[in-house]
Ligand binder design. Sequence first.
Ligand code: MN
Length: 150
Amino acid sequence: MIKVLIVEDNAVNRELLRELLELRGYTVIEACDGQEALRMIDQAQPELLLLDIGMPIMDGFAVIQRIRENPRLAKLPVVAVTAYAMRGDEERILNSGFDGYLSKPVNPSSLTEELDRVLTKGSKPATPDPAHEGQPARKAGAMGATGGGS
Ligand code: MN
């Protein structure tokens, strides 16, 4: 069973996420602030984190920064859970070291999809496996705005 750490300061949200995850067969542990989260990552070694952005003292951005500073945790899958669903935030989140994000209120099927995606990505680092597909992995530059030289 995959062990997920929920980091969330709001007890109601925490409980909601726990129920959704347990229904899907995940093992769930919880932390209610950033400090506790870092401690639990160390002690309980979760395989995935759901990390709330809006928390007092140490917000989600501060926590992800601490996680990514640790070489041992560089690849730990971390999904942001955020109440702000604005475009700029999405970009900031993905640029901060998160592997994905979910907006509150968390939609159950989005949760499942996002966790599957992040967990798959974690175990299979971008290996196209062209032999299996029988098709050459063509990833040509789609943004090739070549300004043909003189
Ligand atoms: Mn919060």
